[in-house]
Structures are given as C-alpha cells and as structure tokens.
Design a protein around this ligand. Structure first.
Ligand SMILES: [Zn+2]
Length: 217
C-alpha cells in the first residue's frame, strides 16, 4: 500500500514538473514569437502593450498625455461606443473624470460634454512634471521621438529649457501638441483648442467645430 502511495506521489510530482516545463517552454516560445511579430513597438504609433494609443486610435477625438508615466486620457469631446465604435450623441449625465499619475506627477480633471462637442480639462503639474527625455526615447520610435523634440525646439520661452510633461494628442493622426505658455489657442483638424495658463496648472477647453456646410453650396 505504502509503495503504491509512494509511486502515485512520485507520478504526480513528475506530471507537475513536466507540466511546468511545458508551460515554461510555451511561455518562452510565445514570448519570442510576439517579440518577433511586433514590428512596431512604439507607444505612440505602434502596438506597444502598455500604451492606450492602440485602443484610442480608432476614435476621432483629442486626448491628453502625461508623458513620463505615459498616461493617456480621452478628453471626451466626442464619445464612442466601446463595442461598436459608433459615436454617441446623447448624454444623460455630465461626466467628470479625475486621473492622477502619482506623487509629484501631473493630474487631470476632465469634464466631457460630448452632447455639445465640448470638453474641459484641468491639468495640474507637480514638481516632477518635467519631461524625462531618456525614458521617452525608450518608449517611442525615432520618428515619434522627433515629434516631441521638434515640439520642444519650437518653444522660445522655455524656462531653464525644461519642457512640461503634458501634451495634447490627436488620436487619428498621432500628432502631439504643446501646452507651453506661448500657445493660447490652436486648431487640431476640426477641434478648436483654448489654453489658459495658470501658475502650476493649465485649463484647456476643446470645441468640436467642423467646417459648416451651407445648403446653397
Ligand atoms: Zn512611433
């Protein structure tokens, strides 16, 4: 009887070990496989798993990025059904979302009024809200990294050449837009954006304002 139990126990252990090995092999091969298959691992234009850009890219809307922690939020200037991807027009209640990215990092408060095509975003900066270029270069392909570098180069009034870690992003084009002080308004395709600069904060208002078409052509 004892022998039988011993045999059974060792058999089970063998099975478990073998199972583990198979699992480990599978994990390893699938990891290698996915590593090889992902041609573009860029957090802005590619398929990087820890970036929400892959999710938001299918929606025509404007988002805001906390660059160091790569937190991406939709402004909710327009709203879409997650499953069908169709745009939603009716809004039963106003939605206010709050996102914070850790101590000393930026925080967003977003109020989307998509029924009217308006969104308001309050950005609060912490003491660590300065862009970390090294970390950013690891996240992005060279083309997308250049977008950020060009954005910084265009800023003439940067204090101590420190660039803030928050920018707007057009989900459709993956273009990024600066929130530095000299910008008070701009157009992003059909979106009119106004920026009020505070001491350690920015207030952004986004209007969806496509070109109107008259009935007389
Ligand atoms: Zn890229």
């Amino acid at each position: 009887m004892k022998k039988k139990i011993c045999f059974l126990v060792s058999l089970i252990i063998c099975c478990l070990l073998y199972g583990c090995q198979i699992e480990a092999n599978l994990l390893e091969s699938s990891y290698e496989e996915s590593d090889r298959n992902v041609a573009n691992d860029c957090a802005l234009c590619g398929k990087r798993r820890d970036s929400l850009m892959g999710y938001y890219r299918r929606f025509d809307s404007i988002g805001v990025i906390c660059i160091n922690s790569w937190g991406i939020c939709d402004s909710q200037v327009r709203c879409y059904d997650e499953d069908t991807g169709k745009e939603k027009f009716e809004q039963s209640h106003s939605s206010t979302l709050f996102h914070s990215y850790g101590e000393g990092e930026c925080a967003f408060m977003i109020q989307g009024m998509y029924e009217r095509g308006i969104a308001e975003i309050d950005v609060n900066y912490g003491e660590r809200s300065i862009i970390d270029w090294e970390q950013l270069s690891e996240r992005l392909c060279s083309g997308c990294f250049a977008k950020f570098k060009n954005m910084e180069d265009r800023e003439t009034d940067l204090t101590k050449s420190q660039y803030k870690e928050v920018c707007l992003v057009d989900f459709k084009t993956a273009e990024v837009y600066s929130l530095e002080d000299r910008h008070t308004w701009y157009m992003i395709r059909d979106y009119y954006v106004m920026v009020d600069h505070g001491e350690d904060s920015d207030h952004i208002t986004i209007f969806y304002a496509p070109v109107r078409k008259g009935s007389h052509g």
